[in-house]
Design a binder for this molecule. Structure first.
Ligand SMILES: NC(=O)NCCC(=O)O
Length: 386
């Protein structure tokens, strides 16, 4: 039997097959990634990354020096990971194992001076929504304010002086105990700053999430943290340019995009969407995807004619950061757990706004009026025919 062929990383492929001193490598890198990024010093955490088997990469985005404003330097961390225990293990053991693994990676990020870190979508659990089974998966849901995961994250955030974005399956105990797909934002003080609930719920392939929760009701909040103004566009929301736009309109400087998505469905879209959002909205974007293949105890189907199966396909990782000038980091591995650290100068957001003028030239008033008309029941689209 031949071993399955796996491309570990697109970026590593380039380095493998184009000689490092070839002129082509420089040119191709510039075309693919934009302005070249310096690597940052990560040796402090390399040992722990090696012992704990996760990839570690670090890059720096620079901005022009200004006369009146000091640089606004912030380090962000993106964590991608596979589940630790099989999906058949007791719920609490699965969650605790993930807490322990991610705790180790967050501590490494702290040693590299990371100020804001974001975990992947529904990081405390397997992405079990494909199954449409309510039990036992709904038992992973917990309070955003004082559930076990938020308590765990609060302690880490205070100890590491780090803002932590913790996307979980939320149980809203004050409103009929319903579930939501929620990102909890914990401040570097350890307090819960707030939460955002996923605005767009997929109904595609095995993404049967609408069986569990509805579209979020928290709008497009921007969280003013000690290190900068941040927002979260959860997974499928990345296909909606208006969702990205509203976080920009509301003043975000960094938008995190915690995801769980699989190769056959979305990999060709992956490097385009968050990067395009960074360009269109003059902010930084951080796209994070889980890794691995999760096998569930019972076979399921999704009404698409495919034979029953017990897995979702492979989650392809490839987390990356994109800047308002269109440059981006290489992605993390497609198969390994990893921590990507990026140093940003938030002054770049305004500099790019001044340079490209997208905020000045956009026509929000015109779109608002056109959209108000388009949502009326008696709307007729203004198609002009001969
Ligand atoms: N988790 C989630 O929203 N996935 C949907 C698939 C995708 O957007 O690529």
């Amino acid at each position: 039997m031949t071993a399955e062929f796996i491309v570990e990383s697109l970026d590593a492929c380039l380095e493998k097959f184009i000689p490092s001193d070839a002129q082509e490598l420089k040119e191709i890198t510039k075309i693919l990634y934009g302005k070249s990024l310096q690597k940052i010093e990560i040796s402090k955490a390399e040992n722990i990354a090696c012992t704990n088997n996760f990839e570690l990469k670090g890059y720096k985005f620079v901005a022009l020096t200004e006369q009146l404003r000091k640089p606004r330097i912030v380090r962000v961390g993106l964590i991608q990971n596979s589940i630790v225990l099989p999906t058949s293990a007791p719920i609490e053991e699965q969650r605790n194992a993930l807490h322990a693994r991610i705790g180790t990676i967050i501590e490494s990020a702290a040693s590299l001076g990371v100020n804001i870190i974001c975990l992947q979508e529904a990081w405390t659990m397997p992405f079990a929504f494909c199954t449409r089974e309510k039990f036992p998966w709904s038992e992973f849901a917990e309070s955003a304010e004082d559930g076990p995961t938020t308590s765990f994250v609060q302690k880490l955030a205070a100890r590491c002086n780090m803002v932590i974005i913790s996307p979980i399956l939320e149980r809203d105990e004050s409103h009929g105990e319903v579930l939501w797909n929620t990102a909890v934002v914990v401040s570097n003080s350890g307090k819960v700053l707030g939460k955002h609930r996923k605005n767009h719920i997929p109904r595609v392939g095995d993404f049967n999430e609408s069986t569990y929760y509805s579209e979020g009701n928290t709008g497009h909040p921007v969280f003013e943290t000690y290190f900068g103004r941040i927002a979260i566009n959860i997974c499928y929301g990345r296909h909606h340019p208006q969702n990205w736009m509203m976080f920009g309109v509301n003043g975000a400087e960094i938008v995190f995009n915690p995801c769980a998505t699989v190769g056959d469905l979305s990999e060709p879209l992956w490097y385009i969407e968050a990067r395009n959002a960074a360009i269109a909205n003059s902010y930084f974007t951080c796209a994070i995807n889980r890794v691995g293949t999760e096998i569930f105890p019972n076979a399921f189907t999704s009404g698409d004619g495919k034979p029953e199966h017990r897995d979702f396909g492979y989650f392809y990782g490839s987390s990356y950061v994109a800047a308002p000038d269109g440059s981006r980091t290489p992605g993390l591995s497609r198969v390994r757990d990893g921590l990507l650290v990026a140093e940003l100068d938030l002054n770049l957001c305004r500099q790019i706004k001044d340079y490209w003028g997208f905020q000045m030239t956009q026509r929000l008033d015109l779109y608002a009026k056109s959209l108000m008309d388009a949502v009326k029941p008696d709307y007729k689209s203004p198609i002009i025919k001969e």
